[in-house]
Design a protein around this ligand. Structure first.
Ligand SMILES: [Cu+2]
Length: 498
């Protein structure tokens, strides 16, 4: 132990020596000098008003070779905004958005911070910037009642990407309502140039109602204390960065993401499906790691990441704690346009039957039905019995053995008015899958059922007949000829999963 410690001591000594030979502040030097080397003297020139941007945009690079006085003016606004389709939430914001406005300064700058609290706010607020050197990070000095403004000044001594957040009691509640954002303190030489920069920030949200329950949803303190979020989101709303609002880029470009995690509770396993980060300035610090699949971003932490785009298509930003992505909203899209690169990524090349040692034979009812079908003596009862055996283990995984589904996730097949209205929808859903909005018994579902076209026409006919004749559904029968028609009516959905 003593030897190990002595060695460690030795190593540190060597690092420090080696470091003195290198220019200070180089991104990959062993030691940037931290706050001790971050004071470049008094501000020079006229004070500069900081350019603030709403997410997902990032202010332009500072592009300055001297320290300046930078004036930041930020207004706290409490406002109702959509958190999901048809769902609203009263957010508390820095600058009217969640996350709050992006602030960009240079190491050594003197930042004169003006915090205003809108007159129609209900609460006092303040700001704690993790890039501040000084007790509370500005919190006590910036405590501001509704309809007031306050001012404090700090010198940004450490370069890095820093979270800022409200620190007014109860702190967790202010953060949970969206009071966080990012401040980038550029190293003196700036960040390496890239083609595009975007601002993305994760946060967890706690509402009284369930995930996607419509209407205005109040904050749920109990869920927050239990760390059971209803939503986990990028940029404050489900769909904030999908569809028309997706991030965009072109192939051949290098994209940089400035990603923060406001929390208040969860740690993010940040990942872009189909890309590898060429560089990650992990924890928002000075050094980068290369060739990274997933980077951990703690609550109250941040990271920068660069990746070069080769192949066109949609890249999905997720928290790889993956239920959060598909069942709580932590999902965003970056759309890359450009010519195909089949040499790098081919798309699907082969899709053929692979039977393996599929143990179909020991399903007695299925065998009976198959035999009856051959002789033309197949009864509805045979079909129901065979369908029942197939339902278990195929459909029950999601719709549950009793057909009741799972509220908000998998719709019920039991007493389903969707099925009653459209009995042939059952084999269609099995063969072609189902996605987009469906309403079953007054409840809305918006998810994806994958096509299960590996099932034979017989099997689909039997499962459908079983479903139609159970759990209060209207009855009836689906034949394998009908199934063959439905199968032919639309090409199989060649969706590319993760
Ligand atoms: Cu606040």
């Amino acid at each position: 132990m003593a030897v190990a410690l002595a060695l460690a001591g030795c190593d540190r000594g060597r690092d420090a020596d080696a470091d003195d030979a290198k220019p200070a502040g180089t991104a990959q030097s062993d030691d940037s000098g931290g706050s001790k080397k971050g004071d470049f003297g008094p501000p020079q020139g006229e004070p500069i008003k900081a350019v603030l941007t709403a997410p997902p945009m990032v202010p332009p690079p500072v592009n300055r070779n001297h320290p300046a006085k930078v004036i930041v003016e930020l207004e706290v606004v409490e406002k109702e905004m959509p958190i999901s389709e048809g769902v609203t939430y009263t957010f508390w914001t820095f600058g009217g958005t969640v996350p709050g406005s992006f602030i960009r300064v240079r190491q050594g700058d003197t930042v004169e911070f003006h915090l205003k609290n809108a007159p129609d706010s209900k609460m006092p607020h303040n700001i704690d910037l993790h890039g501040v050197t000084g007790p509370g990070g500005g919190a006590a000095s910036s405590f501001t009642a509704p309809g007031h403004k306050s001012r404090f000044t700090f010198k940004a001594l450490n370069a890095g990407l820093y979270v800022y957040h409200c620190a007014t009691a109860p702190v967790g509640m202010h953060v949970a309502n969206g009071m966080y954002g990012l401040i980038l303190v550029e190293p003196p030489e700036g960040m390496p140039k890239v083609d595009r920069e975007y601002y993305v920030m994760q946060g967890d949200f706690y509402t009284k109602g369930k995930y996607r329950e419509k209407g205005h949803q109040p904050f749920d303190m109990e869920k927050a204390i239990d760390e059971h979020p209803t939503y986990v989101l990028f940029n404050g709303a489900e769909g904030a960065l999908t569809g028309d609002k997706a991030l965009t880029a072109k192939t051949g470009e290098t994209v940089r993401l400035y990603v923060g995690n406001g929390g208040p509770n969860l740690v993010s396993s940040f990942h872009v499906i189909g890309e590898i980060f060429d560089k990650v300035w992990f924890e928002g610090g000075t050094k980068y790691q290369e060739n990274v699949q997933t980077t951990l971003i703690p609550a109250g932490g941040a990271a920068m990441m660069d990746f070069h785009l080769e192949v066109p298509g949609s890249y999905v930003l997720v928290d790889h704690s993956i239920f959060r992505a598909f069942n709580k909203g932590a999902l965003a899209i970056l759309k890359a346009d450009g010519p195909e690169r089949k040499d790098i990524y081919s798309g699907k090349e082969v899709d053929e039957v692979y039977l393996g040692d599929r143990a179909q034979a020991n399903l007695q009812a299925v065998a009976t039905a198959a035999a009856a079908a051959k002789t033309g003596a197949l009864t509805v009862q045979d079909q129901i019995a065979a369908g029942k055996a197939l339902f278990a283990g195929t459909c029950s995984t999601c719709h549950q053995a009793n057909g009741e589904g799972l509220e908000g996730v998998f719709p019920p097949l039991a007493k389903s008015d969707w099925i009653a209205k459209n009995p042939k929808g059952v084999p269609t859903a099995i063969l072609h899958g189902l996605q987009g909005k469906v309403v079953v018994n007054g409840k809305e579902y918006n998810s994806v059922m994958p096509p299960m076209n590996q099932l034979t026409d017989d099997e689909v006919a039997n499962i459908s007949t079983f479903v139609l004749n159970n759990w209060g559904n209207p009855g009836g029968r689906v034949t394998k000829e009908e199934v063959a028609q439905i199968r032919a009516s639309k090409p199989a959905n060649a969706s590319e999963g993760h």
